[in-house]
Design a protein around this ligand. Structure first.
Ligand code: SAM
Length: 312
């Protein structure tokens, strides 16, 4: 709770985007991916479809597929036919949603060993002792590890934080059989109009997703946020190449939670997310700095989104 207190009480209030994801937040994110304005999901899927042969050529099959921020596990499941993994390890902070998703996947793929690792990887990503023991028990501990990190979730990390996470991912891959690596989806710098629409859709689903964070805080922190007193704000910040999402106070109000309170003035904001957009050459450099060796890169016809494979 220290992290939440510090963020809410800071002069410019901020909350980590990981707090979007209670079970309701995960469902709202799924709804976002189906919106006309939200191009990343369908664009990334189109790249996986059009470049499937090439992707399957460079990525080891019969690997342990580790899905970082697995959500509903659907993206990884669509890749099973080309990656042909021998085990699936799904990692997510939204534990209830993750267990449900993995149960559904188990009904469709009963033969595939699967493991749910409920954890917060924002501070540090490493496999838990129980998950490595599970791999050993299945005789899979020396298989190549393929970490799958789709949807440009890496954009939630500032570049220096992204570097730290990529270094940890590389270490997880390098700790097992040769040939492992990272398959990652990265959103690219593009027109402000396209970007801002994707984070402020006409139906208001992204607004609901952002506001749901306050509901989540009311539950985990015991706070008394009134959702109707806040509005969703999203804009592209050119010089930082990032979308910013905020919640803006519609009135002067005091929010209370055990041991603390804060006055928010009309128009004051809580920063809830940034989503960095990348130029491919800069992301390639980041992968090299993180210690990955060879990289491959695929994109769509409009060059809106990139998929990278980086060998650990
Ligand atoms: C943008 S969604 C992507 C879901 C899915 N992979 C996709 O691309 O459709 C981000 C996912 O990462 C999870 N997540 C966010 N922050 C996390 C953290 N710090 N640790 C673990 N999982 C996290 C969320 O619960 C959510 O399922």
């Amino acid at each position: 709770m220290g992290e939440l207190n510090a963020g809410l009480l800071s002069s410019k209030a901020h909350i980590s985007p990981k707090y979007f994801y209670d079970a309701q937040g995960s469902r709202l994110f799924d709804a976002i991916t189906a919106l006309d304005e939200y191009y990343p999901t369908r664009t990334e899927a189109a790249i996986f479809d059009s470049d499937a042969t090439e992707i399957s050529r460079v990525i080891p099959t019969r690997a342990v597929l580790i899905d970082l921020g697995a959500g509903n596990c659907a993206k990884a499941e669509r890749l099973f036919p080309i990656l042909n993994p021998d085990a699936y390890l799904a990692v997510d902070i939204s534990s209830e949603f993750l267990f449900e998703a993995l149960q559904g996947l188990g009904q469709r793929h009963p033969e595939l060993p699967r493991y749910a690792l409920a954890m917060d990887f924002s501070a540090r990503f490493e496999l838990s002792d129980s998950s490595t023991a599970w791999l050993a028990e299945k005789g899979l501990d020396d298989r190549p590890r393929v970490v799958f990190y789709p949807g440009s979730s890496i954009g939630n990390f500032a570049p220096h934080e992204a570097l730290g996470l990529l270094q940890q991912v590389r270490a997880v891959c390098a700790a097992a059989g040769p040939g492992g690596g990272l398959l990652i989806g990265v959103d690219r710098v593009k027109s402000r109009t396209v970007l801002e629409a994707a984070y402020d859709d006409a139906l208001g689903v992204t607004a609901a997703f952002n506001l749901n964070l306050l509901r989540h805080l009311n539950r985990v922190l015991g706070a008394d946020f009134v959702l109707a007193h806040w509005k969703h704000v999203a804009f592209y910040c050119d010089h930082k190449s990032r979308i910013e999402m905020h919640l803006e106070s519609l009135c002067e109000q005091t929010v209370r939670w055990p041991g603390a309170e804060r006055l928010f003035r009309t128009g004051e904001r809580i920063h809830t997310e940034h989503s960095y957009k990348w130029r491919p050459q800069d992301f390639q450099t980041l992968l090299t700095q993180a210690g990955f060796t060879s990289t491959e890169h695929w994109t769509d016809a409009e060059q809106w989104f990139s998929v990278f494979w980086a060998t650990a």
